[in-house]
Design a protein around this ligand. Structure first.
Ligand SMILES: Nc1ncnc2c1ncn2[C@@H]1O[C@H](COP(=O)(O)OP(=O)(O)O)[C@@H](O)[C@H]1O
Ligand SMILES: [Mg+2]
Length: 374
């Protein structure tokens, strides 16, 4: 047992745009090595008066265990440390800490003891940049704005996600908690967080095939439909998805048809594939990957066994170069806007300068509203 402040400097909440049911998440610095981490700590309301660890408490050991089983995947967030903290402050800025590092077995075995003491479990995770969170990128806070990923990027994300599920399923893990809030995307790499609603599936158990199939269904309905249309699968504008254990099971249960009416130019083959996922006709990650390969080959991708004409291949290369330039261009627009904004709030500048700077900020913001990439 140590003083928390000797091990972590706890900074701001970083989850405010997408609150979770189990945890609060804060930026923190591990003072042992200087590393900045995402400190995911159980919400105090899940502590039980009788000291018995509730479902939410147990979910932390479950998440740590599943993350360690999937460390081979480049797509799952890295677990850096886990343990328990004393105190009931939502933000644990003082009190005591027991840190287990990556000793997930010791962490799990300590559960009853620390729960009885009224301590809360935490996981220190690799800190992923907020502006790569897909829910954040799609700007659900802006009414009337509907953004979508370019098909090229969406296909790349779908393939990486499907490969991750393939590896998870091969390790008997079903992810289950599909929502944009849990996906990070920088235009090239896909990363996934929040495995506390995920489950170990025993291939011998009757419902294992159904859980695996649910994973494909939820990926198609809960993630891919949204990234290609900018809508929630419930056909509303994007909104946060509820996250308790019952919500995770029920969230997309009734969604078995997808309406692509808002995106008339979307590839019919892609729509058909996602629709097959929505009707639960795709039962394994392998089958889904096969389907994605067929769709992607219509978009200039090359795979062994699926033909793309040389001209389509070249055109895809050109399109990718264009998309990369768009991303750089949008980044530069944001940087320019920030320069104008910072300048506009300097004390003692003339009204004339301030008015011009504010006009520039607004003008760039209007341009960014109509951006091509979320
Ligand atoms: N590793 C991370 N890096 C950056 N932000 C994170 C990280 N993990 C979680 N968050 C933020 O905190 C929010 C809640 O985390 P999550 O793991 O989904 O908690 P819960 O299990 O309560 O749903 C996420 O939506 C995200 O905004
Ligand atoms: Mg969550």
């Amino acid at each position: 047992m140590k003083n928390l402040v000797d091990i972590y400097r706890i900074d701001n909440f970083i989850d405010t745009f997408a609150l979770g049911h189990y945890a609060r998440v804060l930026e923190a610095q591990d003072k042992r090595n200087g590393q900045i981490v995402a400190f995911k700590v159980m919400r105090p309301e899940h502590l039980a008066a009788d000291g018995e660890p509730r479902w939410e408490y147990r979910a932390f050991a479950n998440e740590a265990d599943l993350l360690m089983r999937l460390t081979d995947s480049p797509h799952t967030v890295n677990l850096i440390d886990c343990g328990y903290v004393s105190g009931e402050n939502e933000a644990p800025i003082s009190g005591d800490i027991e840190s287990f590092g990556r000793d997930v077995i010791g962490f799990s075995q300590g559960m009853e003891k620390f729960s009885n003491r009224g301590w809360r479990p935490y996981l220190a995770l690799e800190n992923l940049p907020r502006n790569e969170n897909l829910f954040y990128q799609m700007r659900p806070d802006k009414p009337g704005l509907r953004l979508r990923l370019p098909t090229e990027e969406g296909l790349a994300l779908a393939l990486q996600f499907a490969e991750m599920l393939k590896l998870a399923h091969a390790n008997s893990v079903a992810y289950l908690d599909h929502k944009l809030e849990h996906v990070y995307w920088d235009g090239i790499h896909f990363r996934l967080i929040d495995f506390n609603s995920s489950r170990l599936v025993d291939p011998k158990q009757a419902d294992s095939e159904q859980l695996i199939c649910n994973d494909i269904h939820s990926l198609c309905v809960g993630i891919l439909y949204s990234i290609f249309t900018g809508l929630s699968p419930q056909k509303t504008a994007l909104r946060p998805q509820p996250g308790s254990v019952n919500d995770v099971d029920a969230r997309y249960q009734d969604v078995n048809s997808l309406d692509f009416g808002v995106e008339p130019t979307l590839s019919p083959a892609l729509e058909a594939l996602l629709q097959r996922g929505a009707t639960r006709q795709i039962t394994t990650a392998e089958d889904f990957i096969k389907g994605l390969h067929e769709v992607a080959s219509l978009h200039g991708w090359d795979f062994p066994g699926s033909y793309t004409s040389p001209i389509s291949r070249d055109v895809r290369t050109q399109m990718r170069a264009g998309i990369a330039k768009m991303r750089r261009g949008q980044d530069q627009l944001r940087e320019a806007r920030d320069l104008f904004r910072e300048a506009a709030i300097q004390d003692e500048i003339t009204d004339d300068l301030e008015a011009e700077l504010r006009r520039l900020v607004k003008s760039v913001n209007d341009m960014l509203q109509n951006r091509v990439i979320p």
